[in-house]
Design a protein around this ligand. Structure first.
Ligand SMILES: Nc1ncnc2c1ncn2[C@@H]1O[C@H](COP(=O)(O)OP(=O)(O)OP(=O)(O)O)[C@@H](O)[C@H]1O
Ligand SMILES: [Mg+2]
Length: 417
């Protein structure tokens, strides 16, 4: 640059900068091409993550159906699907194995399974110990409560099951739903938490008060241990102790498999899809998750912004609709009340869509590299194959193919100028 050239963006002396500088302009989100991702033979695993209740299970099932219709042999590993969705996927019983779902005219195959966390845990125990030892562990009350309720067990078992499905090599594509955790990060943290828990110092100290480790225990810990023993009872402590010594032989196995599955998730061929609704909490959660995936080197396909509320037309702004409603009502013409009500509904919908777009813009400003796809809220729950097909279309259809022509990266069209 020569000295004579103007410096772009710098205001003329004495004048304030114009309001719309490039700094405040929201970057445009890249379209998320899920159709290409799921049809690509290189894609072998898709993991749907996100905060609680945002539509992870529904998105997983809809993507699996779309992939089967695109000719792939797909299994979807669902976790706690809503009852009606489970029924329409033929998953009334928990059998912990994939079952074929009849999809007329699909070129590929759709199989679905519902994770049975306890069965998966039991199978691991059986596969990694002698029959007598397995029996001893399975009968242990502490094992029974851990295998069905320990926070993180479900996440860990989902990973285990994924490892098993991948090892069977029977599937072109495995779509993995993730548990209804408090935090989306729990899914990535679970294997570590689990192995830390299993060889945790506390448990070791609890199980072996007479062993060397105890000598290092502080007075505080001894007090703690006495209280625990008082509250939980000596029998439980003995159960824990028996459980941990029985699991001793499996410690290595747990950690090894957790590491192997973690590596699997980082390999090419895996894609994470982060699901969120256009609400601050869900998007904050999605943000954490996106950052975490990137720091772990895990491949992110993009963000699905689910249950958005695009208006029926974008030609009429909220303000104009409000104004028109008032005018119509004042006219006292026949049907004026009804017309005014319809205009007000539209105004509300425009305001809602504006809020949703604003939240989406904030996300994109913070993560301009993340591709986005919006999925409108259906009128009711998505609980059958037809509903899944409609959602699948929204997830994988062409970017600009919407009733208002608004690209599917957005809720409202971008403002011009
Ligand atoms: N695009 C949509 N339109 C209408 N309803 C939807 C949509 N997506 C999901 N739902 C409904 O929202 C509810 C929650 O969806 P889903 O069970 O998939 O969420 P989830 O993230 O798996 O929840 P959890 O964290 O509890 O596992 C379900 O009743 C589902 O039918
Ligand atoms: Mg779910």
């Amino acid at each position: 640059m020569t000295a004579a050239e103007p410096v772009t963006g710098e205001p003329a002396p004495g004048r304030r900068p114009a309001r719309s500088t490039t700094r405040t302009t929201t970057p445009t989100a890249t379209p998320l091409d899920l159709a290409a991702r799921i049809a690509d033979p290189e894609t072998r695993i898709v993991v749907c993550c996100g905060a609680g209740g945002v539509g992870k299970t529904t998105t997983s099932a809809a993507l699996a159906l779309a992939a089967a219709e695109a000719g792939r042999t797909v299994v979807v590993l669902t976790i706690d699907p809503a009852r009606r969705l489970a029924q329409s996927l033929g998953l009334e019983e928990l059998d912990n194995e994939p079952r074929r779902v009849e999809v007329p005219e699909a070129d590929g195959e759709l199989h679905a399974m519902m994770l049975d966390m306890k069965r998966t845990f039991d199978d691991i125990v059986a596969a990694h110990s002698t029959p007598e030892r397995a029996e001893q562990i399975l009968a242990n009350p502490f094992y029974q409560s851990l295998s069905s309720s320990f926070a993180g067990t479900q996440e860990y078992m989902a990973m285990e099951k994924l490892g098993q499905l991948r090892a069977s090599d029977q599937w072109d594509l495995i779509i993995v739903d993730t548990p209804p955790s408090r935090s989306a990060l729990d899914f990535l943290d679970a294997p570590n938490k689990m192995s830390r828990f299993l060889d945790g110092t506390m448990i070791r100290l609890l199980m072996a008060p007479s062993r060397a480790g105890f000598r290092f225990a502080s007075a505080g810990f001894m007090l703690f241990s006495r209280i625990v023993s008082k509250i939980l009872g000596g029998q439980l402590l003995r159960d824990i102790s028996a459980f941990v010594s029985a699991l001793d032989t499996m410690f290595g196995g747990f950690r090894e498999r957790a590491t192997a599955t973690y590596e699997l998730l980082r390999r090419p061929g895996t894609w994470f899809v982060v699901v969120a609704t256009p609400e601050p909490d869900a998007l904050r959660e999605a943000s954490y998750f996106v950052d975490r995936l990137s720091s772990e080197g895990m491949p992110l396909a993009g963000l699905v912004l689910n249950r958005t509320h695009p208006p029926a037309t974008t030609a009429l702004s909220a303000t104009r609709a409000e104004g028109a409603a008032e005018e119509v009502q004042e006219s006292r013409a026949d049907g004026a009340d009804l017309a005014a009500a319809a205009l007000r509904v539209h105004a509300e919908r425009m305001q809602l869509a504006t809020r949703e777009q604003h939240l989406a813009d904030r996300f994109t400003s913070a993560h301009p590299e993340v591709a986005v796809r919006t999925v409108p809220a259906a009128a009711g729950d998505v609980h059958d194959l037809d509903g899944l097909r409609v959602m699948g279309e929204a997830l994988t259809g062409p970017d600009a193919d919407t009733p208002t022509g608004t690209p599917r990266t957005r809720v409202l069209p971008a403002r011009r100028g």
